[in-house]
Design a protein around this ligand. Structure first.
Ligand SMILES: Cc1cc2nc3c(=O)[nH]c(=O)nc-3n(C[C@H](O)[C@H](O)[C@H](O)COP(=O)(O)OP(=O)(O)OC[C@H]3O[C@@H](n4cnc5c(N)ncnc54)[C@H](O)[C@@H]3O)c2cc1C
Length: 431
């Protein structure tokens, strides 16, 4: 089954809590544009908006609806930094690693600027806490925050074991690190707000328009079933779905990312006072385990709890109840609160967990490999691609210098190797 056909993943609280505008028409016929973008998630929409603001004509092709992929289903945690720092620090100079880190800091500013400039009401709440579940993890967290302060001048506030109860009503955690700059939001509202801003800037968005083939050359030709866009530049931002609809889109990119399922539940709304008592400053929270739990409160006072991973690409049959058990391990006091929604999606993990940006030839850009840490970074990915197309490629090229290896076994056989690797980390989580 295609990843995009797993309907069990789409019972999301986000979709249930908004009303979408009418669908944009599918592409029919042949068009010319300066830039054609494949994918209407945050990376593609961000590139589209930035390019249109710079005077380029832009057509965006989305296979489903805007925000249908990870961008409209994620945990909503808008965080600074990368999924992992090691690959970046080992491959780039100290100064370039610092510039890369500050691209993510700029990503949070960009998000805030866009919310204001385009009046995107998406329930943003500032504040984020990383939590360690035991003393050993606490030492690692503290070493990391000291490193980030020293290497990148980015300060987080240590929260001692004696103070943790002032932040979260759970016995599960030892201590933490608080970041007042990161935060959380309703990702689908943000994504649809970005799409509206892109349309207002002149971007033509075609929904229900899967790209089947990308013909390369001086003028790439991006083909759908009923039409084609001839362009000077293309930006591929299709996440793990990019090659699902036709294996001539960019087959060389698929073996470098692995689709990993991750899942979320939302409870029924609670009384505000009850919700406030669980996460006292209503911040976003994530533990530091490899297979992590991440959670936050919604604007209508639900607990939104994410975690669990699946490497098989099939949705766990007991999704709602197994996620509920994970939530109750953290908040047993929620035993009487019903779960109303359970959903999930795929993150595009690279071998080294660093993002994978680059070019195919001179004029086809790709943005992938956010490794579960893409809400903020995808916005910057789009901005850097737009800057590069407009002639300022320095920061895009900095990120594109990070090397990536294909998963052993390529796109078809990569799962068994990854499962073994993950088992190792899951065992480490237990120690
Ligand atoms: C359950 C879940 C929770 C997450 N939680 C967080 C979090 O809390 N914080 C965080 O930072 N990150 C999180 N992430 C990761 C984050 O959501 C992603 O990194 C980010 O949204 C990726 O954006 P994107 O635009 O690259 O991909 P997507 O949003 O997946 O967009 C890709 C789009 O391209 C379209 N497409 C693909 N191929 C084609 C084609 N051939 N033709 C036309 N259209 C095509 C798809 O339909 C899709 O809409 C989470 C991800 C998931 C799945």
């Amino acid at each position: 089954m295609l990843l995009s056909e797993d309907n069990k993943l789409t019972n999301s609280y986000y979709e249930a809590s908004i009303s979408r505008p009418a669908a944009s028409p599918a592409l029919a016929g042949n068009l010319n544009a300066d830039v054609c973008i494949v994918g209407g998630g945050l990376a593609g929409l961000s590139a589209a908006l930035e390019l249109a603001e710079r005077g380029f004509s832009v057509d965006l092709l989305e296979a489903n609806r805007v925000g249908w992929g990870a961008s409209g289903r994620n945990g909503g945690q808008a965080l600074v930094g990368f999924a992992a720092d090691d690959a970046i620090e080992s491959q780039l100079s100290t100064e370039d690693a610092r510039r890369a880190w500050h691209i993510t800091v700029e990503g949070l500013q960009l998000l805030r600027q866009r919310m204001t400039a385009h009046e995107i009401d998406c329930d943003f709440v500032p504040g984020y806490m990383s939590l360690a579940v035991n003393k050993r993890k606490a030492q690692a967290l503290s070493a990391w925050t000291e490193h980030v302060a020293r290497a990148y001048d980015y300060e987080m506030e240590p929260i001692a074991v004696t103070d943790i109860g002032g932040w979260i009503a759970s016995e599960r955690f030892h201590s933490g690190a608080y970041d007042s700059n990161s935060g959380h939001l309703h990702p689908l509202k943000y994504c649809l707000g970005l799409a509206a801003a892109a349309r207002a800037a002149g971007v033509q968005i075609f929904e229900g328009s899967p790209v089947l083939d990308v013909q390369r050359g001086d003028k790439p030709l991006i083909k759908t079933h009923d039409g084609a866009v001839s362009c000077r530049y293309a930006v591929l931002a299709g996440n793990v779905y990019l090659n699902e609809y036709g294996n001539c889109v960019a087959p060389e990119l698929a073996p470098r990312i692995m689709p990993v399922g991750t899942y979320i539940i939302a409870t029924e709304p609670m009384a505000k006072e009850r919700a406030d008592a669980l996460i006292k400053q209503r911040i976003a929270v994530c533990d530091t385990n490899f297979v992590l739990d991440y959670f936050r409160l919604t604007a209508d006072h639900r607990m939104l709890f994410g975690g669990r991973v699946s490497y098989s690409t099939t949705t766990p049959p007991d999704l709602l109840s197994s996620m509920r058990r994970r939530m109750l391990a953290v908040f047993p006091q929620l035993a009487d609160v019903a779960v109303s929604h359970a959903w999930g999606g795929f993150v595009d993990i690279t071998m080294n967990r660093a993002p994978d940006f680059g070019r195919l030839g001179d004029n086809i850009y790709y943005l992938q490999g956010f490794s579960g840490h893409g809400l903020v970074l995808s916005g910057m990915a789009g901005k850097l691609a737009a800057q590069a197309i407009a002639g300022q490629a320095e920061r895009f090229d900095l990120m594109a210098r990070i090397k990536h290896h294909p998963f052993p076994g390529g796109a078809l056989m990569r799962t068994p190797a990854l499962v073994l690797g993950m088992l190792y980390y899951q065992i480490k989580d237990l120690l």
